[in-house]
Structure formats: C-alpha cells, structure tokens
Design a protein around this ligand. Sequence first.
Ligand SMILES: Nc1ncnc2c1ncn2[C@@H]1O[C@H](COP(=O)(O)OP(=O)(O)OP(=O)(O)O)[C@@H](O)[C@H]1O
Ligand SMILES: *[C@@H]1O[C@H](CO)[C@@H](O)[C@H](O)[C@H]1NC(C)=O
Ligand SMILES: [Mg+2]
Length: 596
Amino acid sequence: MMWTTDQEDRYEMASSKQDKYLLVAAIDFGTTYSGYAFSTRYDFQRDPTNTFLKQWVDPTSSMMNNKTSTCILFTKKKKFSKFGFEAEAKYLDLILDKDHMNWYFFRRFKMSLYDVQSTDEEVYLEDETGKPMAALIVFTESLKYLIDSLLNDARKQQSEIHLQDIKWILTVPAIWSDPAKAFMRKAAVGAGIDTEMLTIALEPEAAAMYVKHIPLERSVDGKTGDVFQTFSAGSKYIVVDAGGGTIDITAHQVMEDGNVKELIKATGGDWGGTRVDGEYIDLIKCLIGRTATDDLNQNAPNVFFEACREFESAKRTIKPKSDITFNVRIPSDIGETYTRTHSGKNLKSVEYVTTKRKKQFKISFIGDKLRLASSDAEKFFAKSVKKITKHLKKVFKQKDGRGISTIILVGGYAESLILMEGIKSSFPHMRTIIPQGAAWSVLRGAVIFGHDPSLIRQRRSKYSYGIDVFEKFNPAKHDENRKYEKDGEIRCGKIFSKLVEVDQTVTVGEYQGEGVYTLHAFGTKGDVKLYSSTEMNPQYVDDENCFFIGYILKPGHSFLLNEDIVIKMCFGETEIEFNAHQPKSQKTAKYYLGQN
Ligand SMILES: Nc1ncnc2c1ncn2[C@@H]1O[C@H](COP(=O)(O)OP(=O)(O)OP(=O)(O)O)[C@@H](O)[C@H]1O
Ligand SMILES: *[C@@H]1O[C@H](CO)[C@@H](O)[C@H](O)[C@H]1NC(C)=O
Ligand SMILES: [Mg+2]
C-alpha cells in the first residue's frame, strides 16, 4: 500500500451549473417546524438579510408563523393529502369524525434519521396509530410539498423562474451521520431537485452566518457591539442550535481573512425542546396511571397528540422564578378515561403526582385546565437544560474549546427563558448572543450561505474514513483469528485502511487523504467498501464503532482488476467527495457522501 497526500492540488467541487443561479432557495426541515426562504442575487447584493420568508397560517388558531409544523398526512390509499398546520388541522378533524384510523399521519419524524449509520439501511416510520410506511416516501413527499409551494411563491415575484435557475440549500443537523445526510439528499432528489443544484448545509453554521450578517442596529439579546467583536479576527465562538429534536453544537475561530475554521468537530445530542414535552406527557401518564394510559393508547392515541399541542403553546409562558401559576388545557378524554378506569373517581380529586423521574408535582384543576406552581412547571426543563449545560462545560474544557468567549444561542428552543437563564447562569463570564427570531435564523442564514458559501475554510473531520482491505498476514500485527489462505497467500482480511482520521483538520476544497488500492475480483453489490469510525485508529472494519457507508464503485463499473486505483478524499462545503481514478484504464468514478 502506498500513501501520499497532495495538499497543493486545489479541487473545485462547486459545479459551474450552480454558479449560474438566479435564486437561492433554502428549506429548513425541522423536527418540529419547517419552513423556507429565498432571495435573488439582486436582493442579496442589496441586503444579505433581505429574504422572502414564507408565512404560514395555522387554521386552528389563525395565527401567522414563519415556519409550519412538520406533519404530513396521507390518505387511506397512501396518497399525499396535506403538510404542516393544514395536515394537523385536517387530522384533528378526522379524529372528530372518528375516521382517522386508516389515514397515515406522521409528525416529528426527522429524528428517525438521527442514528442511521448506513446508506443501505431501509428506514420505516410508524404513523400516529402505528401503521408503517417507508421513511423515504414520507421525507420525499414532505420535501415535494415544500418545493412546490416555494416555486409557487417565487413565480409570484418573478414569473420566469425555472427549476434549473434555483440553487437549493437544505439544512441538516451538524451532528448527523453522513448516511443520514445522504438520505436527505436522496429524498430531495426524489422530490425533483437536480442533485448538482443542491447543497446540504449544516444548521448551526447557517445560523452563525445569519448572526454575522445581522445589521448592528437590529436588536439582539446582548449588546450590539457583541456581534462585531464575536466576528473579529482571532475570536472564538460556539453556536448552540437548540431545536425541537437536536441540540447541535459547533465552534469556530475567526481567521485573519474573516473566514472561519471549525475548532472542534460538531457535537450535541437529542435533548431538544420535544424532551420538555416528553416530561409533560410523562406527568399526564403518571397522573392517570397505567390502566387509563393503556386504554387511551388503545382507543384514542391521539389524545396525547392533542395534549402535546396544548402544552406546546402553554410551555412558552414558563419563566424562571415566576410567581404566576402555570395553566395548561387537557383534553376531556383524559378525565373521562380516568373516571371509567378508576371506578368512577374524579381526576380532579388527585393532588400529588410523582413522575418516572421521581419528581413530585402538586397539581390542581380549574375548568378544563391543569394548574401547577411555576417552580413545578420549571421541572419539565430540568433534565434537558442540565444535559445541555453539562455538555457545554465539557466542550469548554477541551484543549480547542479553551478561549471561547461567546455563546450564540439559536433555534426555537433558544426562545425559552428557562433555557436562556440556565445557560447564562452556568456561564456567567461568557457573552451570550440570542438573535431576534432565533427560531428562523437557520433559514435566513441558509439563504446567505447559498449566495456566499465561503465562510468555513477549515473543518474537523467528524469520523475516521477508511477502505476495507486485506494484507499479507503478519503475526506481529494481525489477529490470529482472522488468518486465512487465498491464492497461495496467507492473508488477514477486513483491515481498516485509513484515509482521514477523526478530528483531523481538513481544508475545504482540497484533497486530504489518498490511498492506492487494487481489486482482485468483482463484487456483486459493488467494489471498494467505505467505512467510517468514531475511533482514531480502527484496526478492522468490523471493530466496534465502525460503520459500513457504501461502495465507492457501483456494480458494472469498468475498472480493471489487479491495476492501481487511486482513492482521494475531498471535503466540500459540507459534503465529502471520494474520487477513484485508475491511471491504466483512465477510468474515474466519484462517490459523494450525501449523494447516494
Ligand atoms: N418560548 C419557548 N419556550 C420553550 N420552548 C420553545 C419556545 N419556543 C419554541 N420552543 C420549542 O423549540 C422547538 C422548536 O425549535 P426549532 O423550530 O428550532 O426546531 P426544529 O428546527 O423543528 O428542530 P431541529 O432543528 O431539532 O430539527 C420546539 O420544541 C418548541 O416547543
Ligand atoms: C417572522 O420573521 C420576521 C422577520 O424576522 C419577524 O419580523 C416576524 O415577527 C416573524 N413573524 C412571526 C409570526 O413571528
Ligand atoms: Mg432546526
């Protein structure tokens, strides 16, 4: 095996096709809320933050919103029916008509991609009543709806706009695995976007873009000079995108030229805003007990969905150390089921509830509302806030995390006063910036990123990447159990031949790792197996924490056997390209992580 690296050879990933765009369109497909925004080249030149932001009306409350809820409804025949608030309203209607059981209703399904580790994996989702559907269909149909709606709006402004004039930005959590990002690309392509016109962008980075471009006079929580200082050369900042599903963390250092480099690889976890809802639903379940919960799950599972909806708006009123009682409406089915399963007892006679986490709540009722002392309501946030602050502490202690002076807090959950207070009190010496409109800063930033993607110059690889190879058996190095004989040679198989190491600094747009390999036989599913690992030096591809990603060469390729194949890696703005070249046959194949 030969190893070389080639740092001089600059590599252009952006296709010229993308450079001719007229409009940048960004879609933020969130766990709880989704939306889109766009701006033309001309708009951007005049004011980078001047974007068209789609307004959504919630038919149940007539309220306007900058994002709609991430819900999709399919008919009994699995045909797309509605998306967003409209899907929610229609589904509630179906419930009232007792006709919902055979429809397919999905919500909060983005999290199903959170731990996808292989591009081969087929993901299925269960709808609200437990019926399965392929995840790819659910994501594709959702994106199709958003794309069509966006095109409609764009054509109202500029009737001559065509699909090929649009550069698309689709945002995903930075902590997602490559196969999860690849899945989103597949869904977007399935929904009609030309893969060459699509860029997958990372949510916290998009948000950072937005904050960087906020006009200084526009108010942010924090002093106005803060933004200016945060983006001055040498400064280090951390972006915390607190969404409904994930808390997505990335840290940057501003370089002399104003561009930034990634300080640490993206981290985070699934402790987003829906965890708070989870704690509340747990309280309800403990309040009514096992029998009533099972009864509702069986006969009216949507009651919990309705309870969640009520809590979604009620929880926004929870403030730290407030003396105002917290009220939340609970669906009447809950009380009725309780009475039926508790020999006529009234739910309103219950005074204390202990939840699964052994937290005690003193409750009371007024009308159809449940009441809690504000200090009790704060408990719903405790676990999530603790997870977030604990994680941040860990990041600040890392070698590369020292010297970070600013926390940029974005995402809808950033608007929670409990989370804000939790972070400010845990890190009193940090500057905290919470932009106005934290919930849609990802969306607006993604549009800016589409026009000017050059912000990030250096990244830290999130994984080690390697190829599955065999070597001549070497007892000093190899595991005796893996010894086998083939073609008259004693070999050791399944060796992880590393191209790039986890946490390695990589320059965007340049070749990083290079390896030379030869094929000895054609595989049926493809050749050159690519693996990723969270370990620095995995030895074998079946080690713990190693994951198969996919085949770099597709079946039917015409690369020659027993001739050198040079594999190179290039980190694009957000995706990775693997380039296989065989000098002898002059064949080249490309494999995009995020495009397969
Ligand atoms: N004032 C508030 N108080 C508490 N939680 C809030 C508040 N405003 C919004 N949230 C919560 O923030 C979450 C939505 O945030 P956001 O729109 O950023 O998420 P998302 O983009 O759908 O999710 P993700 O980015 O994880 O995919 C929801 O869980 C919502 O309940
Ligand atoms: C939507 O975003 C704009 C711009 O950030 C803001 O002025 C407006 O208040 C937002 N609308 C709603 C309903 O929150
Ligand atoms: Mg989000």
